[in-house]
Design a protein around this ligand. Sequence first.
Ligand code: UGY
Ligand code: MN
Length: 263
Amino acid sequence: ERQSSWQYGNLLASGRFSGISFDDLPGFTRSVYERNYALVTPESFVFAGNPLWSNATTAHLISPAVGANFAMALVTMKPHSSGARPPEGHERFVFVLDGLVEVTAGSETATLHADDFAYFPAHLKSSIKSAAGAGLLVFERRYAVKGKPVFLHGHTQEQAVLPVDGEVFALRKLLPQTGDYDFNVHVMDFLPGQHLNVKEVHYNQHGLLLLQGKGIYRLGNDWYPVQAGDAIWMAPFVPQWYAALGTQESRYILYKDTIVDPL
Ligand code: UGY
Ligand code: MN
């Protein structure tokens, strides 16, 4: 057996099979969908028109249809595209993956570049426009607490790195930790070889997009190789753990519901 894998390695090195790519293998995907988690990888993303977005397509990777209390979508905005206000009672969080957008909420406006974010409270009229095109990650949910959240926007890199007891990753929280917000969005950085210390099990739900790097994600009793571009849904109480591998820092962005009494 050793010999056959050595021979296979030699054949690959010979260039005969150069260009082998699992992405192009018919019927192959790393995506998996289980009762309490899903891994959705780019070869499975399905972009389609959406009545709230003009001249744009959306790929919904997580929605309440799986039992989640939020929706997570990728939005591809073409030049001269726009997004309308979410339905009544829904709040929206936008993270810019690439390009440039102009956002409006109430009487305020802002220009967002890659790695910038904005939060739109449910009670304000809002819109998102892109003149030259942009890629967005969007989290939306029904606003579930009685508070006074405000329109917010910022640059990810300018958010303070927060200490986390017993953990080594660098954590940034993009929303205020007050009772006005019923979820937060975390950005977490790991150097290669760093991993979560806590093998987490908690009532909160997650929607995750790996922005950079690669590693191993544990979901329930399964371990998955993951890389930038992969998305993960984690239902309440699914055991979860990550280790960063490779040569590049890992960064992921993570929806986490907060505050709401689990009862
Ligand atoms: O805050 C969290 O729950 C976060 N550390 N979870 C995770 O990275 N899977
Ligand atoms: Mn967690």
